[in-house]
Design a binder for this molecule. Structure first.
Ligand SMILES: [Zn+2]
Ligand SMILES: [Zn+2]
Length: 368
């Protein structure tokens, strides 16, 4: 079928809106008409060549929409169902078997392979095949082909336009606090970065009953939003001695530090924020030119503090369980991510990327 999609022709090129041909769903695939798709930092990283995807390519991995058709063998959803698209996983490896699909042994091929396992393209455009299947969806378009495992049916009351944001960035932030770190009630947490992932972590920390919840973020509008969502303190890392300002709030350090920024300068300071026996969780991916970024602290520091370091993908989400849970919290008004979403027409995707980079908006959602 004919679709319109935002195509990246080569590494670092801007998104270009093109007409292309999308295959009909094959065995195990689900055709979804996209109603809204979030813009996640990983899309920008992928455009810059940071996700090992080949070009030309269609990115987009926070789609939400309505099922239009299903391929042979699909029983989980049917045409007309309202779904959120999330990351792909195989369903038959040791980590999928224990409901930890974010660490699927086959995740690279499924999420970044760009073609089907048999080498065929999903999308065909000017000049031939276009790499797609990004996070088993490539949803920067009017339609996307997902797989049965990465579509999650959601309640009718949930506004579909913004729901896709739950499929990656928001479940990553909330899940890091609620599932990976499982921060207990009354525990202290520092969240580095107040973008959409960091703000989802703030809401997750409030749901867990953490106290205090300290956010460290350079943009004033994001600090204000963090406070509005329940953070107890929001500090500007550029104003004076940040470690000293932090120690006034938590003299012995925090039980948990979560990095959502991937910013080398922020991460360097982590050992200074941790209380003895503290845990450092990290979800932020460093920029392409700092892909070799090492963990902070010396071996002696980490050993002496009894620190735990924990890498986290997608907030350890089991999407079939956790996305409906976040939808419930949203509808209760306790996961109010609509407060920091801004919608753009898909054709304005380059402007959305720039606005997010410049701090003019926190979470863009594109409407095809
Ligand atoms: Zn697997
Ligand atoms: Zn993402």
């Amino acid at each position: 079928m004919k679709i319109t999609a935002a195509v990246v022709r080569q590494t670092g090129a801007p998104f270009s809106i093109e007409t292309a041909e999308l295959d009909a769903p094959r065995e195990g695939e689900v055709l979804v008409r996209i109603v809204g798709v979030g813009l996640c930092h990983t899309d920008v990283l992928a455009r810059e060549g940071g996700m090992r995807m080949r070009f030309p390519a269609v990115f987009g991995h926070e789609g939400a929409g309505i099922v239009e058709a299903v391929g042979v063998g699909v029983t989980k959803v049917k045409p007309g169902d309202r779904v959120v698209l999330t990351f792909g996983s195989c369903g038959h490896c040791p980590t999928c078997d224990i409901h930890e699909p974010a660490y699927c042994h086959n995740r690279v091929g499924i999420n970044y392979g760009g073609v089907r396992p048999d080498g065929s393209f999903f999308i065909h455009g000017e000049g031939g095949g276009i790499h797609a299947g990004f996070f088993a969806q490539s949803s920067f378009g009017t339609h996307a082909l997902a797989r049965e495992r990465n579509v999650v049916k959601i309640r009718d009351e949930m506004p579909l336009e913004i729901a896709g944001a739950l499929g990656c960035g928001l479940q990553t932030g909330a899940g890091a606090v609620m599932r990976s770190l499982k921060c207990p009630k009354g525990s202290s947490i520092v969240i580095l970065g107040g973008g959409s992932v960091g703000l989802a972590a703030v809401m997750g920390a409030v749901l867990q009953g953490c106290d205090p919840v300290v956010v460290i973020e350079p943009h004033e509008s994001r600090r204000d939003m963090a406070m509005a969502l329940g953070a107890t303190h929001a500090l500007d890392p550029r104003s004076g001695d940040i470690q000293q300002a932090f120690r006034q709030i938590l003299p012995v350090g925090a039980a948990y530090v979560l990095d959502t920024s991937g910013a080398p300068a922020a991460i360097e300071g982590v050992p200074g924020y941790l209380a003895p026996r503290g845990t450092f969780g990290f979800v932020g991916v460093p920029p392409v030119d700092r892909a070799d970024l090492k963990l902070p602290g010396t071996l002696r520091e980490v050993l002496g503090g009894g620190f735990t370091y924990r890498g986290i993908v997608e907030g350890d989400s089991d999407p079939d369980v956790f996305i409906p849970e976040l939808v419930d919290r949203f509808l209760e008004g306790r996961f109010a991510f609509d407060r920091f979403v801004k919608t753009y027409p898909l054709k304005d995707i380059n402007r959305a990327v720039e606005d997010q980079h410049e701090g003019r908006c926190i979470k863009p959602v594109l409407i095809p």
